[in-house]
Design a protein around this ligand. Sequence first.
Ligand SMILES: Cc1cc2nc3c(=O)[nH]c(=O)nc-3n(C[C@H](O)[C@H](O)[C@H](O)COP(=O)(O)O)c2cc1C
Length: 207
Amino acid sequence: MSANIQSLSFGSQDGNQTLDTIWGRRSIGRLVEPAPNQSELTALLEAGSIAPDHDRLRPFRFIILSGDSLDAFGSILAERLTARLALAGMSPTEGQLQKERTKLRRAPLVIVVAAKIDTSSRIPEIEQFATAAAAAENILLAATSMGYGSMWRTGDISYDEKIKQEFGLSSTDHIVGWLYIGTRTDSSLPVAVQVPDITDLASHWTP
Ligand SMILES: Cc1cc2nc3c(=O)[nH]c(=O)nc-3n(C[C@H](O)[C@H](O)[C@H](O)COP(=O)(O)O)c2cc1C
């Protein structure tokens, strides 16, 4: 038996900084310098590292791409696109290759969040993945609270075993997301999103 939850529209509440940050986080496709500085980056990673974590396994890893590494890793992404398409007997266009080479430059900082699964643990893999995803959201919210724009991206590159190997991950680990972080410009438009009607998504269970 269930009863509908009444929508309270907390999003516009004044004075609650946490809710303002949660509602202020929106995916921004193009971000520019400045990126978070070294101490801000440390704060972002520490925010990620204190995500809820069953048995304190720390089942997450953060790989930082910035500066020249964005271009160097872009070359690897292009090579991997070529390899993936070759498996299907295809080859990429120059435009596709150029997109792979440059896509990481959509922000000055990319934090790759990985789920490092402890397969010997009693904690199910899905819970370890959930912790890594919570770490990713913590990072995005921390970046938002510092005034930075961000975007969580995935795509085929997240499921490519060779790319996982580049990051020192094994086949049982997962790339949870590529977190693009930087400064918004006047022309930065957030992805259009409709706030869901919570009454469709939640209910009170009653006996
Ligand atoms: C696990 C995950 C993967 C995502 N991957 C992509 C992606 O590959 N490309 C993309 O444009 N957006 C991606 N997004 C961002 C969503 O499209 C975005 O969160 C959604 O449109 C809602 O917009 P908002 O973040 O502004 O609320 C991803 C989000 C999550 C949580």
